[in-house]
Design a protein around this ligand. Structure first.
Ligand code: NAD
Ligand code: ZN
Ligand code: ZN
Length: 379
């Protein structure tokens, strides 16, 4: 089969790989029909995730058809059209039993924090991902769901991560009616977080980024007030000014560790630059909310990143809530919103790229070229 393959930082290409086989009675093999590139893939692409091995296939957002099932799989059969959450999880451990699917204890011998993630390095279990023609799906009775008849493939694809994560980010914010919610980052996750905040009753949604085309999307997609951080000397002062000097009620970090060299000029500490992770958005969030506020972090910070303004957060009595999204927990509500027309997940898809051209797709998405918000990959 053809598969995206990692060859080192900023080097990806498409190669022949053996079609995956059932390795365990709980496995399914899925023929990928659509995949996507995610902002999380960019952390791998930039070489910021430890133990990203040469030859690894990325891709944790995919939908497809079940090609084969292991002998103990009961909930799926060959030919089923399935959506697969980005998390790999057993469904029965202490964490899974409490809905913390992204923290499953049984799928990733290498990590103490995160569970398994498709195509996300050996730090997350070393499972090959779905930017390929076929993918092995472990615990096939647990994660995947048959896509409802009325849902189209692209909408289902976006439920496997970006939409569910944005929604989860807003949930973690504990938004109550009338809240002023500030969202950092107008990528797919931030756009969905902003839209979800509005659905959850936020009085004002403020979105901050530096890419005008994405801010424009935030205005039309999430009724947001938008600000370009390069046009303001101090984002924290701006937020205070916008909120009667109190600060926002809720902040959502949908940026995470930022590898964009141009943006690192906003980081003052040389040591942070050396770590390759910029805390800019998170520190703006901590400083830009009122006392007693909630800061929700869904932007991903890899193990390289540690220097957060934690003392300030502590002294302000903030509630910091964060996690990799336990995607499937969000699906029942999201399905209702989609079915009712309140959410149209594939509204943010800007590019559809054949797998053979995925290297160009990575380059475009990483450098935010050609108005790219969300690239979908066609295997
Ligand atoms: P993306 O790269 O498309 O979007 C990030 C956006 O942040 C860009 O538009 C960028 O211009 C903007 N940005 C950079 N620095 C900023 C700053 N200081 N202030 C405000 N905006 C800034 O990525 P995405 O697909 O939207 O993903 C966003 C983040 O969410 C990534 O870190 C990704 O790894 C993470 N993520 C987490 C989960 C989870 O389960 N928690 C799931 C998916 C993605
Ligand atoms: Zn993703
Ligand atoms: Zn588990």
């Amino acid at each position: 089969m053809r598969a995206m393959v990692y060859r080192g930082p900023h080097k990806v290409r498409v190669e022949d790989k053996p079609v995956p086989v059932v390795e365990h009675p709980n496995d399914a093999i899925v023929k990928v029909e659509l995949a996507a590139i995610c902002g999380s893939d960019l952390h791998l692409y930039h070489g910021m995730m430890p133990d990203t091995r040469i030859g690894h296939t990325f891709g944790h957002e995919f939908v497809g058809r079940v090609e084969e099932v292991g002998s103990s799989v009961r909930n799926l059969q060959r030919g089923d059209r399935v959506m697969v959450p980005f998390n790999i999880y057993c469904g029965t451990c202490w964490f899974c039993a409490r809905g913390l699917f992204s923290n499953c204890h049984n799928v990733n011998p290498n990590a103490t924090a995160v569970g398994g993630i498709y195509g996300y390095s050996h730090t997350c279990g070393g499972y090959d991902g779905g930017q390929a023609q076929y993918v092995r799906v472990p615990f096939a009775d647990v994660g995947p769901s048959v896509i409802p008849d009325w849902m189209d493939d692209e909408d289902a694809l976006l439920c496997t991560d970006a939409l569910a994560t944005g929604y989860f980010g807003a949930q973690l914010g504990g938004i109550v009616e009338g809240d002023v919610v500030v969202v950092f980052g107008a990528g797919p996750v931030g756009l969905y977080a902003a839209r979800s905040a509005w659905l959850m009753g936020a009085g004002r949604v403020i979105v901050i980024d530096h890419l005008e085309y994405r801010l424009e999307k935030a205005r039309s997609f999430a009724y947001a007030e938008t600000y370009n951080f390069t046009e303001h000397d101090d984002v924290v002062v701006l937020l205070k000014r916008l909120t009667g000097h109190l600060g926002a009620d809720v902040a959502i970090d949908a940026v995470g560790a930022e590898a964009d060299g141009n943006l690192l000029q906003h980081v003052t500490s040389a040591s942070l630059k050396l770590q390759g992770g910029s805390p800019v958005a998170l520190n703006w969030a901590i400083d830009g909310v009122r006392k007693g506020a909630t800061v929700s972090v869904v932007g991903a910070y890899g193990p390289l990143f540690s220097a957060v303004k934690f003392g300030d957060a502590m002294n302000k009595g903030l509630t910091l809530r964060m996690n990799q999204a336990p995607v499937k927990r969000q699906w029942p509500r999201l399905f209702e919103h989609i079915r009712a027309g309140y959410l149209k997940p594939n509204d943010i898809v800007t590019h559809r790229i054949p797998l053979e051209h995925i290297a160009e797709g990575y380059h475009m998405f990483a450098n935010k070229l050609d108005g790219c918000i969300k690239p979908v990959v066609l295997p």
